[in-house]
Write a protein that binds this ligand. Sequence first.
Ligand SMILES: NC(=O)c1ccc[n+]([C@@H]2O[C@H](COP(=O)([O-])OP(=O)(O)OC[C@H]3O[C@@H](n4cnc5c(N)ncnc54)[C@H](OP(=O)(O)O)[C@@H]3O)[C@@H](O)[C@H]2O)c1
Length: 310
Amino acid sequence: MTSNPSSTTATGAPRAGGAGQLGDRSVSRVGYGAMQLERLHGDRPAAIALLRRAVELGVDHVDTAEFYGDGFVNGLIRESIHPEDGVVVVSKVGADPASGPIPLRPAQRPEQLRASVEANLRSLGVDRLAVVNLRRLDSGPGLRADGDQVVDLDDQLAEMVAMRDEGMIDAIGLSSADLDGLRRAIPAGIVCVQNAYSLVARADEDMLALCASEGIAWVPYFPLGSAFPGMPKVTEAPTVRAVAETLGCTPSQVGLAWLLQHSPEVLLIPGTADISHLEANVAAGSLALDEESLVALGAVPSRSADVPLG
Ligand SMILES: NC(=O)c1ccc[n+]([C@@H]2O[C@H](COP(=O)([O-])OP(=O)(O)OC[C@H]3O[C@@H](n4cnc5c(N)ncnc54)[C@H](OP(=O)(O)O)[C@@H]3O)[C@@H](O)[C@H]2O)c1
């Protein structure tokens, strides 16, 4: 897939949220996180319609993982998105599908990273993956590594670089990492960082600043605070609700627009299983927050300390 620096995507749609940079690729700044599609297991046509609508709306950056529905989400992407759509599909490794209340388990060992890349290639039906995030277990909500799953970052990066050299992946990203890990990973050539971050969970401001200075895309996951109970929700912050009322938009749109205006390195991958929410999220890419709103939103307290760990 080639870079498309124009104001439209490969299909001619105006870029959702304008153009951003993901390594050497231009992508729309409003992308789509496909994890919520797991909820449409019983309604495959609805999931496919949602992905097609995303492409139609100028979304050309989609985040996925083999462990989203144990290959189900990758299968949907394979069926719905075609090479001529020019969509950059970004996957991640570092966990495998599992049964139980948390449907994944750590898979951090280098041979497991490679097996996961191979599984993604198969389920997405491609010869190489555009970007693969090495999902560490160092920060943010979710699992933590123990036993043989505690793996040195350098050993993992060596495997990721080997797979890039072999042509299995084009570019490497880092996820759920800490500042020290990011500093260590930069020499390997990192194009993006995916950490949990939103208007109400801003603990990683120092990592965002480092990404901005290095030209690395900052792709926050849980940009709205996720669908998980117990996580701080952007839409529940009273200031967000007040700004939304003043501007005549929704609290979700305020939270997403704030992220886009916070730093040009931000690329969004909000997750939804609802087409009208997808449309609202794309529209948030055209929402300009005025100075007064930005000052008010800047004073919203960060609740990163309230994020539950796995
Ligand atoms: N790197 C990693 O380790 C990692 C970890 C987790 C997630 N991710 C990626 O990040 C993406 C985003 O995270 P996420 O999906 O967990 O959380 P999120 O985007 O913060 O929030 C998703 C939740 O917000 C709701 N929502 C979305 N748009 C809305 C709108 N316009 N109005 C009202 N509600 C709205 C969704 O419900 P509806 O479905 O009803 O709209 C869902 O409940 C994921 O989809 C996944 O691709 C990456």
